[in-house]
Design a binder for this molecule. Structure first.
Ligand code: AMP
Length: 303
């Protein structure tokens, strides 16, 4: 099943303890597509300004990402600048400039409207709703958000949640959204407001899936060098949704595998700046890391 994604198509300036990157390609839709396209076809809706180096996304097109839903408008591309703490577990947003996203009215191309799998990547919830309204009969709708929109547009976000099956957020966002410091209670609060499945990402500490009456936890893949955590959450979502769409099945085991694929793809994203690691990544690398996960987490129980 092809996945339709809307989200930021951004230029990022990032500072980590290991170095700096200036105005490199990023954004939720870009990191998501870079990961999900290794599982199956992806269709992107978004907007960039005249300053965007679209040629940097060409390798994604070669890999089955349909970029025809990305408009190029007059003005500046979405810009985000962030700085990571020494342990890379927290970051400060130094600047967010919406640029062409401020006046963007998404138009989902005719050929994308029948998408059965939809990922509403992190962007204004009003735009996420507008995209969803143009899709005819999605089988599964997943969404992400962040503090910027939880604070900036909570009403639209709550409206959106009613129409979403899966919410993927990080731990701080789950706490903020629910107004509860306890993650289990926060996940239950979110479920009461719409999504049956809540995935809470916790950076290097892994991720937990809260289902209606079951849970599943996956660790973060242990890496000696974490270079730049930007986009790990979106790459996680790309692996997670990529697997579900490829399986075209939404049972317990599909979700469990999707969690592992999510963690695998998140771990690749942090190995370099921007989407650089995805240029050379292939199915073999993914499978190898998946098998390492299996070895690290499987055990025989004995009473
Ligand atoms: P992640 O590290 O997975 O949370 O996502 C990082 C990406 O999110 C960066 O490439 C940014 O361009 C993008 N981003 C940052 N702030 C926002 C925002 N308020 N809305 C949409 N995308 C954002």
């Amino acid at each position: 099943m092809p996945i339709l994604v809307v989200g930021s198509v951004a230029l990022d300036s990032v500072q980590t303890p290991f170095g700096e990157a200036e105005r490199v390609v990023g954004g939720s839709a870009v990191f998501f597509s870079a990961a999900a396209s290794l599982f199956g076809p992806v269709r992107v809706v978004g907007v960039v300004g005249e300053d965007y180096p679209l040629e940097k996304l060409e390798f994604l097109a070669e890999r089955g990402v349909d970029l025809s839903g990305i408009e190029q408008a007059e003005g500046e591309s979405f810009f985000w600048a962030g700085r990571y703490s020494h342990d890379l577990n927290s970051r400060d947003t130094l600047e967010t400039r919406l640029g062409v996203f401020a006046d963007f009215r998404p138009r989902v191309p005719e050929g994308f409207r029948d998408s059965s799998c939809v990922f509403l990547g992190n962007i204004d919830p009003v735009l996420q709703l507008e995209v969803l309204d143009q899709v005819t009969s999605p089988r599964v709708v997943a969404c992400d958000t962040m503090n910027y929109w939880i604070e900036g547009n909570p009403d639209a976000l709550l409206e959106l949640l009613k129409k979403v099956d899966i919410l993927l957020v990080n731990d701080a966002e789950a706490r903020q959204l629910a107004g509860d410091h306890n993650l289990l209670r926060a996940a239950r609060w979110i479920q009461e407001h719409g999504p049956e499945i809540v995935v809470v990402k916790m950076g290097e500490h892994g991720a937990t899936l809260y289902g209606p009456d079951w849970m599943f936890f996956v660790p973060g893949f242990p890496l000696e060098v974490i270079f730049d955590p930007t986009g790990a959450g979106d790459a996680f979502a790309g692996g997670f949704m990529g697997h579900l769409a490829a399986a075209a099945s939404f049972g317990l085991d599909d979700y469990k595998r999707a969690m592992v694929y999510g963690s695998v793809m998140g771990s690749f994203a942090v190995e370099s700046f921007s989407i650089d690691r995805f240029h050379s990544l292939d199915e073999h690398d993914i499978l190898k890391r998946l098998m390492q996960f299996k070895e690290m987490t499987a055990f025989e129980h004995r009473i």
